[in-house]
Design a protein around this ligand. Structure first.
Ligand code: NAG
Ligand code: NAG
Ligand code: NAG
Length: 237
């Protein structure tokens, strides 16, 4: 929130004093100008890791300020490997706002990435995710779910074994797939070395942008995004 422009003792005033000092106010101003010049243009908020957190928090502050015109121009929020950003109260608030302003929020999670699984979620206090999770396993096969499996990473004892079996699979993929499936799966030596490191600490390697880019490029989802979204919506309602 500080990186976006949260101000000491003032929080989020409608108009920041000395606006260009704060990312949120400056970006909002530039967006307004650009979108007024291009009447049919839409914009997208996106980011990886902490960048993903900033993307969804940017929308949160827009919602707090009831920036209806800007949110109407927002095509969607796409985050990759995003950590949890708030508690249950924020979740409820944002779910209402997403519906009210008809904003689509896609939260991509690759396999055993540790970052989307922190900070700790215990169902009532502390942190919780909102929005729809697009989860890809290490075969880059995706599914649409509410929350990624193994949501706290260290919660179940047998995951220790499971995470490492998966790391072995990823190492295998790195060496074998370029031959069996084609050059799209070729990885750099740095990445191959990271895969070996992944046998020790699987969650960190899975967080790197490589698997996010390649899961969305090479991966598949069971249905097209739109119809799956609607299914989820009606289930929730
Ligand atoms: C990924 O998911 C698909 C579909 O659920 C499954 O068939 C496949 O075995 C999974 N791959 C791995 C490596 O878990
Ligand atoms: C490695 O990949 C090959 C080809 O996809 C597969 O036949 C083999 O079973 C895999 N081995 C392991 C240990 O996953
Ligand atoms: C995705 O895989 C390709 C190989 O097809 C590789 O060259 C590329 O570096 C990967 N993407 C990223 C962002 O690393």
């Amino acid at each position: 929130m500080k990186a976006l422009g949260l101000q000491k003792r003032k929080g989020w005033p409608e108009l920041g004093s000395n606006q260009n000092k704060y990312a949120y106010y400056e970006i909002r101003q530039r967006l307004r100008k650009l979108l007024q010049k291009n009447k049919n243009a839409k914009f997208i908020l996106t980011g990886h890791s902490l960048g993903g957190a900033l993307a969804i928090l940017f929308l949160t502050v827009l919602a707090i300020h009831e920036e209806e015109w800007l949110m109407d121009k927002l095509e969607g929020v796409y985050t990759f490997g995003q950590p949890r950003v708030g508690d249950n109260q924020l979740k409820e608030y944002m779910e209402k706002k997403l519906e009210q302003y008809d904003v689509r929020y896609f939260r991509f999670v690759y396999c055993n990435d540790i970052v989307p699984r922190v900070p700790y979620d215990d169902d009532n206090v502390f942190f919780t995710h909102f929005g729809t999770c697009y989860y890809y396993n290490s075969s880059y096969e995706g599914k649409v779910i509410k929350e990624e499996p193994n949501k706290n990473y260290f919660s179940v004892p047998w995951t220790f074994v499971k995470l490492r079996l998966n790391a072995i699979w990823e190492l295998n993929r790195s060496f074998i797939f370029p031959y069996t499936r084609g050059p799209e799966y070729k990885e750099s030596w740095l990445m191959k070395t990271m895969r070996i490191f992944g046998l020790v600490f699987p969650g960190l390697v899975a967080h790197m942008p490589q698997d996010y880019v390649n899961a969305t490029r090479l991966g598949s989802l069971p249905l097209d995004l739109q119809s799956t979204m609607h299914q989820l919506d009606s289930k929730v309602n």
